[in-house]
Ligand binder design. Structure first.
Ligand code: 8X3
Length: 255
């Protein structure tokens, strides 16, 4: 940390190695934050951090509580920790409930729910001490309505949504905002490919014929906007979808 960066506010972004997390790290750096990028893939976050002012990379698996606690202790070197963006998450599989793999459900619960819990619990003391802390939960429209084949992802994202709602109630009166951003269809390099276990044809069908799915930058823009409102303004829930998607089950596709 250099002397001229001593009074810069610090934002932690999980899952910052690609997609919405990487775009959010870039957006917050542009907004003047020191960004601590975390993800399991150290090479990717280091490469991105090298392109951003005051940014740092820290390899972290949010499902590993001991590692999360060690990470939280490492933040003591900063004057304050002001923002936590819980972005790490994802979908595995699109099977119906009847045939979904319990191992996939467990893995999705671990990262989408317990990952948010670990990070929030570990950083909350510092966020509160900052006097103006912000917790962001990147949930999903899958956390608000279900769809066939949504399976364990829908269940897990409902869990993430409930963390945000409950935490906001419990922190009322504390100097910490709790913001939930729930994106709909976002075309990123990895979301659908991961969900379909590397099957790029199935992944491409998710977006087939859709005029302009959201980009990671579109979502990052909304996250940065919500964070940069004045401290007394809490954007409880921001649902953002492409114009071509009216609901999880109504998407306009050209032939
Ligand atoms: C992603 C939205 O519709 O694929 O979080 O569940 S959806």
């Amino acid at each position: 940390m250099t002397a001229d960066s001593a009074d810069i506010r610090t934002a932690v972004v999980t899952g910052a190695s690609s997609g919405i997390g990487a775009a959010t790290a870039r957006a917050l750096a542009s907004a003047g934050y020191r960004v601590v990028l975390t993800a399991r893939r150290k090479d990717r976050i280091e490469a991105l951090a090298d392109t951003l002012p005051h940014a740092e990379a820290y390899a972290l698996d949010v499902t590993d509580r001991a590692a999360v606690d060690a990470f939280a202790r490492s933040l003591d070197r900063f004057p304050s920790v002001d923002v936590l963006v819980n972005n790490a998450g994802g979908a595995l599989g699109a099977e119906p409930v009847a045939t979904g793999d319990p191992a996939d459900w467990r893995a999705m619960y671990e990262v989408n729910v317990l990952g948010v819990l670990h990070m929030t619990q570990a950083l909350l003391p510092a966020l509160t001490a900052s006097g103006d802390g912000t917790v962001v939960v990147l949930s999903s429209t899958a956390g608000h309505a279900t769809y066939e084949g949504g399976g364990g992802y829908v269940a897990a994202k409902h869990g993430a949504h409930v963390i945000a709602e409950t935490l906001r109630l419990e922190l009322c009166g504390e100097p910490v905002r709790v913001i939930e951003v729930a994106p709909g269809m976002v075309r990123t390099e990895e979301f659908a490919t991961t969900r379909f276990r590397g099957d790029s044809d199935k992944a491409a069908k998710v977006y087939a014929g859709v005029d302009a799915p959201l980009t990671a930058e579109d979502v990052a823009d909304t996250v940065a906007w919500a964070i940069t409102r004045p401290p007394h303004v809490n954007i409880d829930l921001l649902v953002v979808r492409p114009r071509a998607q009216a609901s999880n089950t109504k998407v306009h596709r050209s032939s």
